[in-house]
Design a protein around this ligand. Structure first.
Ligand code: AMP
Ligand code: FE
Ligand code: FE
Ligand code: ZN
Length: 294
């Protein structure tokens, strides 16, 4: 066997991806992936179906992407303004009480907020309604702006999910509603207490808005962060180099992943991958659930 193909960050219909967990696993097999990370936003509800569908020869790394914030830098104009960030927890015990409670709170938060965004758009005359948007969500799934984006595409308002974000759903748009995210250091502690490891997802994805500085990353490393997602479709080459240097300096594992979202984004599975030695180093730091071999 050659070098294993490892993609540690993907989404299913349990959050804002468009492939069911079953279809996602099949698509990953077709893409030649040997190790797949399932990391839906704020839920583990896709794990069971993915486990059941796991083909022989593929390994599944169960995870979730946690919606977090880090405080804005002291002494800057942005002091006091939180920066939204995503942390991926891998191989944590999904029954850990604090995680169960926080993910449940965030899903409730997400539902209320997407409902409000939909109502704001409907009030402004856009042909969208709450029932259509929420019909896209299976039981236990996390609601997100991509669901509203798809409803807008379906109604012919925009041609793509990307256009919906660029024109209507971007952070700070008149229809945008905030949600209350978890302090990143709290999420790191929760994931570790549940036997898992935390990786900072796309730390320098600048097109999404403000990003953290090096000091914030160093502070999270001190708080027990295990890795940085360096190779990500939203990262420029110079930022990858910067993050790689930071990872070496802070003794953090380096991951690479597609952040696949099915047809909600254009990035294919395995567009970016993780070095096998880095993956081993990450798994070595876990004591929660096992990497499952199909
Ligand atoms: P939310 O979690 O509701 O705040 O929505 C953010 C999610 O929308 C992210 O996880 C991405 O998957 C997705 N997203 C953000 N920007 C875009 C974009 N320009 N095009 C498509 N999807 C996007
Ligand atoms: Fe997403
Ligand atoms: Fe993310
Ligand atoms: Zn993601």
């Amino acid at each position: 066997m050659g070098r294993p193909r490892i993609d540690l960050h993907t989404h299913s219909t349990a959050s804002d991806g468009t492939d069911s967990p079953t279809d996602l696993v099949a698509a990953a097999a077709a893409a030649g992936i040997d190790v797949l990370g399932l990391t839906d936003h704020d839920t583990t509800s896709g794990w069971e179906a993915a486990v059941a569908a796991l083909p022989a020869g593929m390994s599944l790394v169960r995870g979730a992407e946690f919606s977090c914030v880090v405080p804005g830098p002291d002494g800057s104009a942005e002091v006091g303004k939180d920066i939204p960030v995503h942390l991926i927890g891998y191989l944590f015990d999904p029954g850990h009480a604090a995680i169960v409670a926080e993910q449940s709170r965030l899903r409730t938060e997400r539902t209320a907020r997407l409902r409000l965004m939909t109502e704001r758009m409907a009030a402004a005359g856009y042909p969208v309604d709450v029932d259509t948007v929420f019909a896209l969500l299976p039981e236990g799934a996390s609601a997100g702006r991509p669901h509203l984006a798809r409803a807008l595409v379906g109604a012919g308002v925009v041609a793509s999910v990307d256009e919906a974000f660029a024109k209507l759903l971007y952070t700070g748009s008149p229809y945008y509603v905030e949600k209350v995210d978890t302090p990143a250091a709290t999420a790191v502690a929760m994931v570790r207490a549940a036997g898992g490891v935390a990786v900072f997802a796309h730390p320098l994805a600048r097109r999404r808005g403000r990003v953290v500085d090096e000091r914030a990353i160093a502070e999270l490393a001190t708080a027990g962060l295990a890795g940085l997602e360096v190779d990500h479709p939203d990262h420029a080459p110079a930022d990858r180099a910067l993050l790689r240097g930071l990872a070496a300096e802070l003794d953090l594992v380096v991951t690479g992943s597609s952040d696949y979202h099915g047809t909600n984004k254009t990035t294919p599975l395995a567009a970016e991958t993780t070095d096998p030695a880095q993956f081993e180093a990450l798994v070595d730091r876990t004591a929660g659930v096992e990497v499952l071999a199909g």
